[in-house]
Design a protein around this ligand. Structure first.
Ligand SMILES: Nc1ncnc2c1ncn2[C@@H]1O[C@H](COP(=O)(O)OP(=O)(O)OP(=O)(O)O)[C@@H](O)[C@H]1O
Length: 229
């Protein structure tokens, strides 16, 4: 299923004025497509992910996952959407220190109605998919920064999302580990046919993405990744 935004605007109140964080944003991300969104600090990148995930309601415009209009949904329906159709990879992995890698993935599975055994099998399988075969028993302090980010990505895949929203996944990693994380996103996007939006400051990894758009003052424009630096 694709992610579609049409004429999306987001205003934040700021004293007597409003700040326009998103201004008439329209885009479509197809299944299996990895779209990079770049832009300077404060340009609206996090706002774009926040409205796409339904965490923040846009002031104007419409957002759809497949043929479901996200902007019409109740809070309860939006929670269900994030559980089963949208995966979110936050910048910081936010792993629970006392849980193993597999348990990080299993912890919310009862909300999806999966049995403990099925959740365990899926967690182990997804950890292998992201390159962590045999490391399912490790707690976060025994994983590297790149490995923690892989657990974060595997956790976002547990609900078999149609749309994956990824916020600055390479910011805490060196060049090589960052490049491998973007390669991994490329692989899972193609393999599972997910529509993926990757927000990044880091223009070094854009060769692995299908398309790049840039955002400045809340407005999107197509960018040529080879002329970004
Ligand atoms: N809760 C809020 N209240 C008021 N203004 C906000 C709020 N959140 C963001 N903004 C403003 O909206 C604009 C876009 O912010 P956003 O966080 O989307 O940018 P960004 O591109 O993600 O920045 P960064 O790369 O620094 O994380 C900025 O001008 C910011 O100051």
């Amino acid at each position: 299923m694709s992610l579609t935004m049409y004429g999306v605007g987001l205003d934040y109140p700021d004293g007597e004025r409003t700040v326009t964080a998103l201004d008439d944003v329209s885009l479509r991300v197809a299944p299996g497509e990895l779209l990079a969104v770049t832009g300077p600090s404060g340009s609206g990148k996090s706002s774009l992910l926040a409205v796409a995930s339904g965490l923040v309601r846009p002031t104007r415009g419409s957002i759809s996952v497949g043929d479901s209009d996200v902007t019409d949904m109740s809070g309860r329906e939006l929670s269900g959407l994030r559980l089963t159709r949208i995966g979110i990879v936050f910048q910081q992995p936010n792993l629970v220190g006392s849980l193993t890698a597999a348990e990080q993935l299993q912890v919310t599975e009862h909300m999806r109605g999966r049995s403990a055994r099925k959740a365990r099998d899926r967690a182990v399988q997804l950890l292998a998919t992201v390159g962590l075969a045999g490391k399912q028993h490790r707690r976060p302090h025994r994983l590297s920064g790149g490995e923690r980010q892989r657990v974060n990505i595997a956790r976002a895949l547990m609900g078999s999302p149609e749309v994956l929203l990824v916020d600055e996944p390479t910011s805490a990693l060196d060049q090589e580990r960052g490049a491998r994380i973007v390669e991994l996103l490329r692989e899972v996007t193609s393999h599972y046919g997910i529509a993926t939006v990757l927000v990044t400051h880091d223009t070094r990894h854009l060769s692995h993405t299908d398309r790049t758009v840039s955002i400045v003052d809340g407005r999107l424009s197509e960018a040529d990744p080879h002329h970004e630096d």
